[in-house]
Design a protein around this ligand. Sequence first.
Ligand SMILES: Cc1ncc(COP(=O)(O)O)c(C=O)c1O
Length: 487
Amino acid sequence: MRKSKALIFEMSRSGRRGYSLPSCDVPEKLVDELLPRKMQRSEPLELPELSEVDIIRHFTELSTRNFGVDTGFYPLGSCTMKYNPKVNEDAAVLPGFALMHPCQPLETVQGALELLYNMERGLKELTAMDRFTMQPAAGAHGELTGLMIIQAYHRHRGDHKRNKVLIPLSAHGTNPATVSMAGYEVVQVPCDDRGLVDLEALKEAVDDTTAALMLTNPSTLGLFEEEIIPMAKAVHEAGGLLYYDGANLNAIMGYARPGDMGFDVVHLNIHKTLSTPHGGGGPGGGPVGVKERLIPFLPVPLVDKKGDEYSFDYDLPNSIGKVHSFYGNFGVAVKAYTYMRMMGAEGLKQASTDAVINANYLMSLLKKIYHVPYDRICKHEFVVSAKPEKKKGAGAGDIAKALLDRNFHPPTVYFPLIVEEALMIEPTDTEAKETIDAFATVMEQISKDIDEDAEKVAHGPYNTVVGRLDEVRAARSPVLRWEKDKD
Ligand SMILES: Cc1ncc(COP(=O)(O)O)c(C=O)c1O
C-alpha cells in the first residue's frame, strides 16, 4: 500500500505547540532597544504549529522514505554504492580535524598536512602516478582538472594544433561533457563485438590533432580493456596523452595500476573506491594524479615534507591555478584515508577481489533469466539487456520500478548507450551472498511477472511513496518549494 503523508503545513493546528517555555521575563521595550522596530516583523512568521510528537513522527517518517546503502542493496552500475564504514565518520568529526580552519598557521595544522601527505603516498602506490592534487570535489571535476592539465602541457610545448579528445562509445556521459567544457572536440571511437575499444579504429582516429584519449578501465560494460598497452603506444606515438577515468578502480586495486598501463593523468572517485559518502550534492572528492612530466601543471599548492615538517609548495611554474578553495574537501580526504588505513594494502586488494567475484556470481545467476550481451568474465559490473522483455511490454525502466516495489534499489538503466534497454549492475564488494541471491530471486520473479502480465509491470511501482513520475518534467521544471494557497 502506498504511504500518503500530509505536508507539515497541512498538519498544522492553530495554537498547538511543540515546546514549553517559561513566560517571557524580559520587558518588550528591551527587545525594541536590541532590534529597531523597522527591522522587526509586522506579522508573526507563518510556521506550522504542531506538538513535539507530531514533529518527531513527521521527520522520522520522511527519513524512512530515502533509500541508501544503509537501508538496502544498491547495485547502481558505475556508481560503486558500497557500504561506507562508520569509523570513517568518527575520524572526520574528531575535533582536531572538524574544528580546524584552513587559514591557521602551518605549525598548528601539521597533523592535517601529514594526513594529506600520507594519503597522497597511498594514492601514488595504488595508481603508479607521481603526484596528486586533492582539490577536485568529484569525479567530473577531476576530469576537467585533468584535461586542463593536458591542455596546459600541450600549449606549453607550443603544440596548439591538438583540439580533439578520443572517447570510446561506452564512455560515461561526464567524459564527453568535460571534453566540451575544456574546449575540445569529441571524437568517438567504436567498440568491437567483444565490447572492447576497437584498436584498429583507434589507430585510425589518432593523429597530430589528438590531445588525449580518455578511458575508463575496466569500462562501463565491466570489461577490462585488454589492449590498453597498444592503445597507449598508438596515442603516445602520435604525441597525445592518456587520461584515466578512475571511476572503476574498485575492480582492480592491488592487481593493476593505470600508471603501469600507460596513463599520464588519473582521477579517482574516492566516494566510490574509497568509501566516502556519495551523491546528494554533498562534498565529494576527485583527486587527480599525474606522471612526472605533468607535475609543474598541477593546481597549487601541493603538500611537501622537509625533515619532520610539512608545508605547502606553491612553486609550480606552469600551474593551472586553483580548482577549489584551499585544499579541496578535507573532511572527505580524512574519510578516504581512514578507509585506506583500516583496509591496508591487502584489504584494498581483497575489496577488488570481492567486487569482481560478486559481480561474476550475480551475472551467472541472471544470465539464466536475462540476456547478457557481452557474456564473458566481467570485472566489478556487467550489463544485461532487457530488449526481449521490452518486446513483451515491459523494458529496463519498468524492471527498475518493479525492483523499487520490492525494496531493492534498481541498477543503472539505459546506460551504457551501446546496449539497448541496458541494466548495468554493480553489486560491489560489501554485499553478502544471501543479499545477491535475494536480488537474483526478485529479478526472476519480475521476469515471470512480465511473462504473465507485462502491462501491469509497465504501470508500477505500486508500493512506493510516489508512483510513476513525469521524469522529464521533474528534471526540467522541478517544484521544490511549497507555496501557501498555490493549489
Ligand atoms: C565512469 C564514470 N566516470 C565519471 C563519473 C563522474 O563522477 P562524479 O559523479 O564523481 O562526478 C562517473 C559517475 O558515476 C562514472 O561512473
